[in-house]
Design a protein around this ligand. Sequence first.
Ligand code: TYM
Length: 334
Amino acid sequence: MGQRLMKRVLSGIQPSGQLTLGNYIGAMQNFVKLQHTEECFFMVVDLHAITVPQEPAALREQTEAVAALFIAAGIDPLKANVFVQSHVRAHAELGWLFTTLANMGELERMTQFKDKSAGKDSVGAGLFVYPTLMAADILIYNADLVPVGDDQKQHLELTRDLAQRFNTRFGQYFTIPEPYIAKVGARVMSLDDAGKKMSKSNPNAGSFIALLDAPDVIRKKISRATTDSGREVKYDPANKPEISNLISIYAHCANMTVEAVESRYDGQGYGPFKKDLAEHVVSVIEPLQARYNDIRQSGEIHQILKRGAEQAAAIADRTVADVKERMGFLSPRG
Ligand code: TYM
């Protein structure tokens, strides 16, 4: 690989239900930041979403919705490649090649697999090999940096192992990617239980803030968010997990440091803090929703995705051809 001036960045988000403030703070805000200085690829990972059953019409709608949310969140399609994973067929092909490099044991150790399969009688094979497709997503662009939330760290480690394994067996080829995980906000917790991460798959809608929740719904959810029985607005995740989570959301939405948030509410109790927090979240989400509605109405997203997939495929196809050559596949001739 020649020397690149900019780092190459890749990340993806599943179109499986509503996106949350956790996705925004843990991932999308970093996507927006990185696009100014690096060469970025951001995709909607529909092939990953079908590792659990999806209703076809809902999958199609959600895929378009998530792509529109990328743009609404501030990703500039002229700066970053925005595309849908299944539009670049090479992902599925490299995913299969990596599945043959992975071991059952290492896949069984993945905590996301353990969580999603716990207590189920029947577990889909796609859920099990999910991380090998994710490794393909990243390595197919020889990405240097992968902005993700804390929960994806283990998948990144497996990706690094698979890249190293390939390089050892078939000769130095893949860049070993690094995770890009923010210190605060890498794990936004649930509003009703600070022991769980905020997730779109939580059946209690009060536990998460969806990016498309109406402002009044957001205000209500924040006013009902669980807190401890004290009154000190202090960032102390071990002893005050609920308030610490809210402080971290505040800091991200108001673009302030944790310390500045603490000192603003010194001696004031939780009431005024929660009220202002709701307004800061709304002030981020309201303009995002306005842009989202414009993008959906204009239909421009299809053009953006088409261009993004063409640019991505040019790189991805080359990687797969190189990998197949190294692994010993006969190329079609004549
Ligand atoms: P997904 O769709 O579950 O989540 C998308 C991104 O949002 C982050 N995230 C959070 N961050 C902080 N707090 C939370 N509560 C929270 N919830 C979600 C996730 O860490 C993630 O960065 N496997 C990936 C999708 C994927 C991918 C990839 C990512 C497929 N291929 C290649 C990076 C590179 C996933 O399920 O994300």
